[in-house]
Write a protein that binds this ligand. Structure first.
Ligand SMILES: NC(=O)c1ccc[n+]([C@@H]2O[C@H](COP(=O)([O-])OP(=O)(O)OC[C@H]3O[C@@H](n4cnc5c(N)ncnc54)[C@H](O)[C@@H]3O)[C@@H](O)[C@H]2O)c1
Length: 313
């Protein structure tokens, strides 16, 4: 069995390779059962909240499972709260083929999925990109988008929860020759942006509905629970909404709240990512249309990324 640590995993998941692989992989048949959560803290009070997540997926050729251990108590030990590995096997024989660093795999497939959403939905002539959130995921957004929208000329970086993080990420991009700047005036930055990507842990919306101007495309990465909101749910009432997977309708706060308030109906959700990927012609944008792509992450994107790691040379 081959082993891919974080560095070898990153080497094999260049965005110009991974994003097209996701695009074709999302349109092919696969089994992706719901992920399982196991609470591990019964009887071990010091590990309150410790959880094991098991996320399987398979197609005719490959079978994979992502294991994520979440140990919130690790903060006190100066260790990461999350530890993750992907085990890839042959789909015909079950033989194990590779053990892959789950953190790097998830980071790259997540920003690649959001960038794929932008490739399929955002205005071709988008020039100004606003990144909101500068953590593990937010820090990787720029590179994925550069692979699908090479004509972006300005990158604005915001992190209302951690302005120093925005300054650090923007400085890092500038060192790499990118026209990037940190922003603290979020309403004005949102007004300037053609394309917005959010990757935060926000519960209360960081982006207000009234700030979003006609013609903007948004990719929302952060929320994964009904109480988490990165944008005002009311925005979804005037936007065309897309999701990576229907589970986003119950798991993502913006969508769940918009549905509960009657701002959005399930029928209003225009398409899922597999449906968008199956299109043979680009989806035309209407004049002034606001589009929102919400990704919560799926086992299929993990499988496609793991197969890309294993099969790339
Ligand atoms: N869609 C997916 O497939 C997918 C995959 C992985 C992670 N995620 C989600 O993306 C989000 C970011 O993950 P990460 O690994 O970068 O986390 P991180 O902890 O490394 O970074 C969190 C970011 O959110 C900001 N933040 C924290 N609390 C906030 C608040 N209350 N309001 C506004 N901003 C806040 C921080 O300043 C930072 O920029 C998380 O919600 C995570 O679950 C989604």
């Amino acid at each position: 069995m081959q082993y891919f640590d974080a560095a070898r995993t990153a080497d094999r998941l260049d965005y110009p390779v991974l994003i097209p692989a996701l695009r074709s992989g999302m349109a092919t048949e696969a089994s992706v059962p719901p992920r399982k959560h196991y609470a591990l803290d019964e009887g071990t009070a010091e590990e309150a909240g410790a959880t094991l997540l098991v996320m399987p997926a398979w197609n005719r050729e490959f079978l994979g499972v992502k294991l994520v251990d979440v140990f919130p108590g690790n903060a006190a030990r100066n260790l990461p709260a999350l530890s993750s590995a992907y085990v890839l096997a042959d789909g015909r024989t079950g033989e194990h083929l590779a053990l892959i660093d789950g953190g790097e795999l998830t980071r790259r497939r997540t920003v690649a999925t959001a960038a794929l959403g932008a490739a399929l939905l955002s205005p071709e002539d988008a020039r100004t990109h606003l990144i909101v959130g500068t953590g593990h995921i937010g820090g990787a957004v720029y590179d994925a988008y550069a692979a699908v929208r090479p004509h972006l000329s300005t990158t604005l970086v915001a992190d209302p929860h951690n302005p120093a993080g925005a300054r650090a990420l923007a400085a890092d991009l500038v060192r790499r020759g990118v026209n990037a700047s940190p922003v603290e005036d979020l309403p004005s930055a949102v007004g300037r942006a053609d394309l917005i990507t959010t990757a935060t842990l926000a519960r209360e919306p960081v982006l207000r509905d009234e700030w979003i101007t006609p013609g903007t495309h948004l990719d929302l990465i952060g929320s994964f629970r009904p109480e988490m909101h990165e944008v005002d749910p009311s925005l979804l009432g005037r936007a065309t909404v897309f999701v990576d997977h229907p589970v986003a309708l119950t798991e993502a706060g913006e969508i769940a709240t918009a549905l509960a308030r009657g701002v959005l109906t399930e029928e209003d959700v225009a398409a899922t990512l597999p449906e968008l990927c199956a299109r043979t012609t680009p989806r035309p944008r209407e004049e002034g249309e606001i589009t929102v792509f919400k990704t919560v992450g799926t086992g299929l994107t993990d499988l496609v990324a793991a197969v890309t790691v294993y099969t790339s040379t």
